[in-house]
Every structure is written in C-alpha cells, then in structure tokens.
Write a protein that binds this ligand. Structure first.
Ligand code: SAM
Length: 194
C-alpha cells in the first residue's frame, strides 16, 4: 500500500466527516506500532478502515481483527481494505462489540480501543484477557474534556462517568504500565506487564 493511497483514504474520510483518529494521535499510534511490531491486532471501532489500514501498513505481516457496528461503514471498510490489497490480512466482524468482544478468543499483541466511548470500562476485563503479556492496549478519546461541559445529555454524562471509571481502572491495575497523552482528545497506552 503506497503512502499516497493511504493518504487519499484518510483525506476522503476526513472530508466526509467520518470519524477517524486525529493527526497527532495517529502519529502516537504508529510510533507504538513501530516500536512493538505486533503480529495480531484487535480493533474495536473500524469506521471505514483508516486506522486499521495505518496499523497494517506499519506492522509488516500483521493480521487485524476489527469490529464495526455501522453496516455502511463496515461495507466501506471492506471495500477500502480490498482496494489497498489488505483484505487477506483483515477479519472484519460487522456487529455490536458488546456482543462480539465477549465471544473473541485467542490472544493479541496490540488492541486499539476506539469504539463506543461509554463502553470502554465494560470491555476492559475481556480486552485484558485477550491481550498477551507484553502487549499494549491503546485507547483513544480518553480525555474527559472531550465530552465538553456543554454536553449535558444523559448519554454524554454516562459516557463521561464510564470513561473516568475506565481510566481509573487501568491506572489502578498493577498488571498494566500506563502512559496517558493529553494531545487532541487524549489517548492512553497500557502495556500488560504480567
Ligand atoms: C471513532 S470511530 C473509529 C475510527 C477508526 N478507528 C479510525 O480511526 O479510522 C468509532 C466507531 O465505532 C463504531 N461503533 C460505535 N458503537 C459500536 C459498537 N457498539 N460496536 C461496534 N462498533 C461501534 C462507530 O460506528 C464508529 O465507526
């Protein structure tokens, strides 16, 4: 996959307002991938495949399992992975991560958590079990400022409370070594150390 093809995919998604990891966070994500060279990657929240393609591009030979609930996004992601020649390296589960994550088995070297923000806390035990010792969980959008004080709807308040619980749970877990980045919407990298 060429740099141009990937840049075009990302630019099209951004132009259409499709959610995708922001620039500085993408750099952080790819720095983690380059440092770790994971071979088995799990992603919650495919959207149209931008972050998935970026990770596969950076980690030669890696395989990606990725989950997306929105049918139109999933279809587009499949098309994009095919166009980039990545389809053989990707297993895309179309459906609700609430149902799919508990059914996953095996172990992963790297997990990108970028799905529903109110669900990070409830996914954590399963994701921890799926992560190899020495592997890393990268969670995007963990900054509480991301939810903004103007968001007073119950859904947003709940997501904010659940995100705070997620961050506290990861930081308080002695099995993880955690780094938090404040850039953009905030990201957290938790390495499973035992
Ligand atoms: C921030 S976007 C993902 C962006 C993508 N990782 C990227 O950087 O290109 C979050 C995605 O999670 C999906 N999503 C939301 N709730 C979900 C759920 N319960 N199960 C699976 N996917 C979900 C949304 O449809 C959306 O495409």
């Amino acid at each position: 996959m060429s740099e141009d093809a990937f840049s075009a995919l990302r630019a099209a998604a951004v132009k259409e307002g499709i959610p995708t990891v922001r620039g500085e966070t993408l750099r952080l994500l790819l720095a983690e991938i380059a440092a770790r060279m994971p071979q088995k990657i799990l992603e919650i929240g495919t959207a149209v495949g931008v972050s998935g393609a970026a990770m596969l591009r950076a980690a030669e030979g890696a395989k990606l399992v990725t989950i997306e609930k929105n049918a139109a996004f999933a279809a587009r992601a499949r098309e994009n992975f095919r166009a980039l020649g990545l389809e053989k390296r990707v297993t895309l589960f179309e459906g609700d991560a609430d149902e799919i994550v508990p059914e996953l088995s095996g172990s992963y070297d790297f997990i990108l958590l970028d799905g529903p923000k109110g669900k990070y806390f409830s996914y954590l035990p399963d994701l921890k079990a799926l992560l190899k010792v020495g592997g890393a969980l990268f969670a995007d959008d963990v900054s509480l400022k991301f939810y903004g004080l103007k968001h007073t709807e119950r859904r947003n308040r709940t997501a904010r409370v659940n995100m705070a619980r997620f961050v506290a749970a990861v930081k308080g877990d002695a099995d993880f070594s955690v780094r938090v980045f404040e850039e953009e919407d905030g990201a957290l990298v938790a390495e499973k150390i035992r």
